[in-house]
Design a protein around this ligand. Structure first.
Ligand code: ATP
Length: 257
């Protein structure tokens, strides 16, 4: 069973169009969506979470048509971490992570023991417990990313989508976040789909790659096989060397073509 499947999806936003997007995101794996700026990666994530509705074609989540999901059922199945942190209100980390429990609560319901345990678990997994009582907006970029991942985990979904989780982080925090996501995937079998600009991260941490260009899927497959010098030329119009060192993919961009 694929976690998410799109079949011949066409979707326009403004003058932009996703065209004939057919793909299958493998369950319990880590998938990277890559492609140049403006190629439609975020639009695709929005189509997968029903924030945007295709003009044509269908999206399936765990084999069920997306439009048949009740809102609450979808929120218990897929968590989405968008790029924007500016919409997060003034909350402590503990309060933010507790927001992840919303799909399980009715308005004005209090957190029960199970909710509290799940919130503690999500903070433990992401090492954010020590920030529980600090204000989210006072944290560093790396700490904020981990707190947002904790909120997604507290939603207790089987699928987590992340839009550029490592952008704006220093190299140590980038590795920290990627290693954390790998551990979450391995320990809890959560399907992870993330938009990435760093192709080395895509190659070295992800099991599956979806490459987009101008609203279309260009290539899919094992990132270690897909990312070649030819691929970088086709997708990004750059000349680059791609080398393997101890099974680690090393990409050396040389020049724009
Ligand atoms: N609401 C909207 N109205 C008009 N155009 C939009 C809207 N949302 C996205 N677009 C356009 O659609 C195109 C694809 O945008 P999208 O954000 O999906 O690309 P992306 O691959 O995620 O880009 P980036 O890597 O720069 O984040 C862009 O040209 C963008 O300007």
């Amino acid at each position: 069973m694929s976690a998410i499947e799109t079949r011949q999806v066409h979707l326009h936003v403004g003058g932009f169009q996703l065209q004939n997007v057919t793909l299958s995101i493998p369950s319990e794996k880590i998938t990277a969506i890559v492609g140049p700026n403006g190629s439609g990666k975020s639009t695709l994530l929005q189509a997968m979470t029903r924030l945007l509705t295709p003009d044509q074609g269908e999206v399936f989540v765990q084999d069920k048509p997306l439009q048949r999901f009740k809102t609450i059922e979808l929120a218990r199945t897929i968590a989405l971490m968008t790029q924007s942190k500016h919409t997060i209100p003034n909350l402590t980390v503990g309060e933010l992570v507790a927001y992840g429990r919303s799909p399980y609560k009715r308005l004005f319901d209090h957190m029960n023991q199970e909710d509290r345990e799940i919130v503690q678990w999500a903070m433990e997994v992401t090492h954010t417990q020590r920030h529980e009582n600090r204000m989210f907006h006072a944290l560093s970029g790396g700490e904020q990313q981990k707190a947002r991942i904790a909120m997604a985990l507290a939603q207790k979904t089987t699928i987590i989508l992340l839009d550029e989780p490592t952008t704006f982080l220093d190299i140590a925090h980038q590795l920290d976040v990627m290693e954390m996501l790998v551990k979450i995937n391995e320990a809890y079998r959560i399907t992870i789909v993330m938009v990435l600009h760093d192709l080395q991260q895509a190659a070295n941490y992800c099991h599956y790659l979806v490459a987009m260009k101008r609203g279309e899927i260009q290539q899919t497959g094992n990132p270690k096989e897909v990312i070649t010098a030819e691929f970088l030329k086709d997708i990004y119009q750059i000349e680059a060397k791609v080398r393997f060192e101890d099974n680690y993919v090393n990409i050396m961009p040389l020049r724009k073509l």
